[in-house]
Design a protein. Structure first.
Length: 422
């Protein structure tokens, strides 16, 4: 299956209301739990699915969800099947369905539970998934979570999820499935754990294997995401940020190494305090900073004087992390973040996980941050999708969303039986 990001940039439709002939195939029905703004919904629709029930507690996300899906699925909302708090929903009120989707929150399960039943997972968001599955026995499940869930609570959380699904009668992928958009040519590093499951009686097997080797591809770079035209001034870096980046750019271009390999901590250049009590990793970084200063003392002293010993700089911005190797020659050729750990500079080929969160990346070439529409493309949402009007809310929601194209690839394999039974 091949996905072109060039196609993603093209405007598909301006508004569904302008497309009276838009028709659903209705090949399968699905429910969308912990729905967010509808990443699962879009992916399933585009493969012929029809949503019959959805649940999302966050009011801002509910607003965006309804704004995007109401016009072409009025029955979902008018029938009262768009719920808020899933814990208060009676499973018998949920219509029958083929596929359950859920990007559920990660919570610890009972450490004392050994019965491998609902008592082990009660009080967690996964419990609500399990009780719905237990009642409706859908054909397929696809759950999504952060990859760290594999080691959460020393592995007990993931173990109980798998045990519960197995006891409910579902075959699972033989190994944990961790995929990132950049595996499929999308310029974003965002590894997530996906848990596909098929009812055992449908395949007469306890497990199966999804093979993605033929789907992996090299991406077209960030230019497939970025709009080159001038943007609203609010997206451009401030004068202070420009001054900080100019300062660090001069530093990088004049020191004697280009592959730095450790964070630059200005406050330790001349520091003479004892560091024996510090952990090894920190002592190592401090010693490397001191050696860097000694080798480049003449330049760094002039640099510090020029920039008033960095007295005007925020404490966290007196640190710099160069993570671009020699692929770029200066800061403005990279992707930049102002983070608590310092000013981070990365190669300009892939955006990192936090692209839509608090530390939005700056496109050095344009000296501005990603817009909501560009972030929307990065998450493979279609052009017609209407994000929240408040940029801060929109970026947070997109940062929490699932990548639509990754979901479509997984769903396509399940729905078209592109898997090996084990």
């Amino acid at each position: 299956m091949s996905i072109s990001l060039v196609d993603v940039k093209q405007k598909v439709i301006s508004d569904f209301s302008d497309q009276p002939n838009y028709v659903f195939k209705k090949n399968f029905s699905f429910i969308d739990l912990f729905a967010g703004i509808g990443g699962f919904h879009i992916a399933a629709e585009e493969l012929g699915g029809k949503c019959v029930f959805s649940s999302e507690w966050d009011e801002d996300a509910r607003e965006v969800y309804k704004n995007n899906f109401y016009k072409r699925n009025k029955a979902l909302f008018d029938s009262g099947n768009f719920a808020g708090d899933i814990t208060k929903v009676d499973v018998e009120q949920i219509p029958q369905f083929d596929f359950l989707f859920a990007g559920f929150p990660c919570q610890p399960f009972s450490k004392g539970g050994h019965r491998k039943g609902f008592d082990d997972i009660r009080g967690t968001s996964f419990f609500d998934i399990a009780r719905i599955v237990d009642h409706h026995k859908p054909k397929f499940l696809l759950l999504e979570n952060v990859s760290n869930i594999l080691t959460h609570d020393k592995g007990e959380t993931f173990k109980k999820i798998i045990e519960t699904l197995d006891n409910l009668g579902y075959a699972l992928n033989e190994k944990p499935l961790i995929l990132s958009p950049d595996n499929f040519g999308i310029p974003a590093i965002r590894a997530r754990l996906y848990i596909p499951a098929i009812r055992k009686d449908l395949i007469n097997a306890r497990s199966f294997k999804l093979n993605f080797s033929g789907d992996f591809q090299v991406g077209g770079g960030i230019n497939t995401i970025i709009d080159e035209e001038k943007k609203d001034e609010k997206y451009y870096i401030s004068q202070y940020e420009k001054d900080v980046l100019d300062m660090w750019n001069e530093f990088y271009k004049n020191i004697d190494i280009k592959i730095i390999g450790f964070p630059i901590w200005v406050d330790y250049f001349k520091d003479k305090k004892k560091i024996d009590h510090l952990p090894f990793w920190k002592k190592d970084f401090i010693n490397k900073n001191k050696k860097l200063y000694k080798r480049n003392k003449k330049f760094i002293d002039k640099w510090l004087k020029k920039y008033n010993n960095l007295n005007w700089v925020n404490v966290t911005h007196k640190k710099m992390e160069w993570q671009a190797g020699t692929d770029i020659n200066n800061i403005y050729e990279g992707l930049i973040q102002f983070r608590p750990s310092g000013v981070r500079v990365k190669r300009a080929n892939k955006f990192s996980t936090l692209v839509a969160m608090n530390h939005a990346q700056i496109i050095g070439k344009y000296q501005r941050r990603l817009t909501p529409n560009e972030t929307k493309r990065l998450q493979s949402f279609p052009e017609y999708f209407k994000v929240h009007p408040n940029d801060k809310v929109a970026l947070k929601q997109l940062g929490n969303a699932v990548n639509v194209n990754v979901l479509k690839i997984i769903l396509n394999k399940i729905l078209n039986k592109k898997y090996e039974e084990r």
